[in-house]
Write a protein that binds this ligand. Structure first.
Ligand code: GAL
Length: 376
């Protein structure tokens, strides 16, 4: 157990026994700063340019503070040196547990070694931290299944498959393009693998045609998941592969931010109405939920960040009380050094009809927020 935690728990126990001996009420005999409630959890988030990470950061902070913990929440502006520095500072300021959503999954080995040297447990949040033995736990979603769900949503949107998995009416051939996330994010590979395993039979039998011929993750990845870069790549694809009257029918996009860039490029090229290509997504970001409601984006994959935050808090508390957090997967996430015990949450595909039952009725967004395309 972390030395500071032990000391805090020890002092609290001492304070309690002193209170018991003297007959004082609880809390009257000790120094408040010695109680476990004064433990600090460092929370390092990648960026504030995407609303999902703001929601994640806020959820984790609120849930920890509600339990009385101190929270040191930092955003790194998608800059790797900034994140390294922020984690270093959390360690020097005496964090008792670290919860980290890495920008580059391979860039934090030094910080994690320093954390291990100071007995600070590390929880990787949604993105696995790679190449380090010092990742103690991983909370995320079933990322391979996210990719399967995205590809399935593309097939459903095109009419090749029905929502219940049956064969659809549409035969194709359909022209599609593929996008992937940032290569330095472990999740990007899981999403793409899940999606490609699902799409491959349809590409092989000619139902789907990747017109550009770009089917390798290295060819379709978007560094740092940037919306503008996705827009630029879609514009380039339209110029290079769709200049002779061929139309795009569908785009596999692994994240709503990328989807918005792709949609802008398609709209600027004149795509509209019923002929608008099927575009997938992920994260149920409010601006994209509105696009789905408006019939522009076809689907998104909802990952309830409230549940993810809750799991991170449960894992953090387990470490603070010297228990191993409960894992539900001890096989899938090898970070290059070891298999990291994980807690994986399920995901849900959201089409237009699902916005109300899944997102509004669960309190994730209000109907007004969806109508405005803005949270808060
Ligand atoms: C991934 C995450 C996705 C999406 C993406 C871009 O790591 O799993 O849900 O948020 O980053 O931020």
């Amino acid at each position: 157990m972390n030395r500071r935690v032990l000391a805090a728990l020890g002092s609290a126990a001492l304070a309690l026994s002193m209170a018991a001996c003297s007959g004082d009420g609880a809390g009257s005999g000790g120094n408040d700063s010695d109680t476990p409630a004064d433990l600090t959890i460092g929370v390092s988030m990648p960026t504030q340019t995407s609303e999902r990470w703001i929601a994640d950061g806020n959820s984790v902070k609120e849930k920890l503070e509600a339990k009385g913990y101190q929270v040191d929440l930092q955003y790194a502006g998608d800059d790797i040196p900034t994140q390294s520095q922020q984690v270093d500072q959390m360690i020097t300021r005496g964090a008792d547990v670290l919860i980290i959503a890495a920008i580059d999954g391979t860039a934090l080995s030094g910080q994690l070694q320093a954390a291990a040297d100071a007995d600070i447990p590390v929880i990787a949040y949604d993105r696995l931290i790679r190449d380090s033995p010092n990742v103690d736990f991983y909370v995320s979603f079933d990322n391979y299944k996210v990719g399967v769900a995205q590809a399935t949503a593309l097939l459903v949107g095109l009419g090749v498959q029905t929502k219940d998995g049956a064969k659809g009416e549409a035969k194709g051939p359909f022209n599609i393009e593929l996008f992937a996330g940032s290569l330095d994010d472990n999740n990007a590979h899981f999403f793409f693998d899940g999606a490609m395993d699902t799409l491959k039979p349809f590409i092989d039998d000619g139902t789907l045609k990747v017109t550009s011929g770009q089917t390798k993750i290295e060819q379709v990845a978007i560094l740092r998941w940037q919306q503008e870069a996705a827009q630029k790549r879609m514009e380039d694809l339209l110029t290079s592969s769709y200049n002779s009257g061929t139309k795009v029918d569908g785009v596999l996009s692994p994240y709503d931010g990328l989807s918005r860039g792709i949609i802008t490029a398609l709209q600027n090229a004149g795509y509209k109405g019923a002929d608008f290509p099927v575009v997938t997504g992920q994260d149920a970001e409010i601006a994209s939920v509105k696009l789905i409601d408006d019939g522009v984006q076809s689907s998104t994959i909802f990952k309830d960040t409230r549940l993810l935050a809750e799991q991170a808090v449960i894992a953090g508390e387990a470490f603070l009380t010297d228990k191993a957090p409960e894992a539900n997967d001890t096989e899938t996430y090898n970070n290059g050094v070891k298999v990291v015990p994980s807690y994986l949450l399920p995901v849900q595909t959201v089409y237009k009809d699902d916005i109300k039952p899944v997102l509004i009725d669960s309190g994730y967004f209000t109907a007004e927020e969806v109508a405005a395309g803005q949270a808060g």
